[in-house]
Design a protein around this ligand. Sequence first.
Ligand SMILES: [Zn+2]
Length: 256
Amino acid sequence: MNLAVDIGGTYLRYDTGEIKKIEIKNIDIEEFLKELIKKYDVKKIAISFAGQVNKGEILSSPNVKKFNPKNLGIPYVLENDLNCAALAESNYFKSKFLVALYSGTGLGSGIIENGIIRGYKNLAGEIGHIPYKKAPFRCGCGKDNCIELFASGSGIEKWAGFLGCESNLKTTCKEIKKNYEDALLVAVAISLTLFNPEILVLGGGVIKNNPYLLDLIKKEIKNYAPKFAISKIVLSEIEDASLKGAKLLLKEENET
Ligand SMILES: [Zn+2]
């Protein structure tokens, strides 16, 4: 069989007809994938990966341990997880001009304009690491001013540890909630202004657990983005978008 896998910041998901997941911290990624390949007689694998990848190689990965997909010993496609998610969202919403902005463990985006916008080294859309404000700790990329330090699950956790409060948006530390909402609005405004999508899709664990954020963004975005740049903003309606995107890649490759 051909197998689609999604390696995220917290879970590894795979689709054998039924979607299964396992916590990343409990496994050696390479060994685990090798076992799956053996068990399911996998001929080809499409991997969605939560890190910077280009031409089949992992360049860096602030939130996940690196591994070498060449060692798997079978043909593979490797793609950034947000690019995969954007493909799946584009397919679902039937839009060729779409930005998927996800706030989960990290903050990232995938941009579709008649296909994935990649940039020179497939690094376009790494919005989580643009400079925003100084934080009292560092991002996985090494800097201390990334917007991801405010508008992501790992950011919320770092702030919660630093301030000694609960790590969610319902926490009594108003500062965490305010920081998160403000940074997310900035990220949405940047995405709308830079890429002029038909639809901007919000997804990822933090958004999913706090759907009120959509109403907040719709209400406040006029104070962050110029009026002409504001387009349709929606919540993701699909489960496991990155995994679904990886599956689409398997299909595309078979057709070419
Ligand atoms: Zn960073």
